[in-house]
Design a protein around this ligand. Structure first.
Ligand SMILES: C[S@@+](CC[C@H](N)C(=O)[O-])C[C@H]1O[C@@H](n2cnc3c(N)ncnc32)[C@H](O)[C@@H]1O
Length: 197
């Protein structure tokens, strides 16, 4: 669709327009199997899902007893997520990731199509915020769009740029191919777990 009025992905209005028109090609429509495996393998963690969109992960995490909160600065996204979250709707919050404050220390930030929603100029600010919100030993995990050549969104990141961005504050513990990526991310999605230094 080329007739969208909103062109700046740094504004909620950009995402509102797409959610309201049901144009959400980034939405995998289900929870990543890699996240299911991760949840099955770990004890519950206090988790933040920033830029949650439809927040399909919230239901999985909450049902498994995880203290999870999903945030998005687009009211239209949050409306979709709250409907899908059913009894857990109160844990979906309209908030800007750069301003949101946790009420208790986070153990995990879940990443999925959030970094790639931001232009590269914003990445250092995003990485700094991840590092600020996660205490030493906590995890940043999820599906990262690693590749080249996207003028975005989505804005893929090269592996060397991702390392430069994260390695000052995080150690990469897992880097696996996501072999069930949806069409728009095919061949570029990686399941990664980064631990805060
Ligand atoms: C590409 S979508 C991904 C949504 C979801 N994570 C998924 O994988 O389906 C990016 C989302 O990030 C949200 N977003 C962008 N910047 C944000 C910010 N500063 N604070 C909170 N949400 C933001 C958008 O509203 C949008 O819902």
């Amino acid at each position: 669709m080329s007739d969208f009025l909103q062109r700046d992905p740094l504004t909620p209005a950009f995402w509102d327009e797409r959610f309201e028109r049901r144009f959400t090609p980034w939405d995998r429509g289900t929870v990543s199997p890699a996240l299911r495996r991760f949840v099955a393998a770990h004890a519950p963690m206090t988790t933040l899902i920033p830029g949650c969109g439809a927040a399909r992960e919230l239901l999985l995490l909450r049902a498994a007893g995880w203290n999870a909160t999903a945030i998005d600065f687009s009211p239209a996204a949050v409306a979709v997520a709250r409907q899908l979250a059913g009894p857990h709707a109160e844990h979906v919050v309209v908030a800007d990731f750069f301003a949101w404050q946790p009420t208790e220390p986070l153990q995990l930030i879940y990443e999925q199509a959030f970094l790639c929603a931001m232009p590269p100029a914003v990445w250092p600010r995003l990485a700094a915020r991840w590092a600020q919100l996660l205490p030493a030993g906590a995890l940043l995990a999820g599906c990262f769009l690693v590749g080249d050549g996207f003028k975005g969104p989505p804005f893929a990141i090269t592996r060397s740029a991702l390392d430069a961005l994260l390695q000052p504050a995080f150690v990469c513990e897992t880097d696996d191919v996501v072999d069930d990526a949806i069409a728009v991310f095919a061949g570029m999605e990686r399941w990664m777990v980064w631990r805060r230094r």
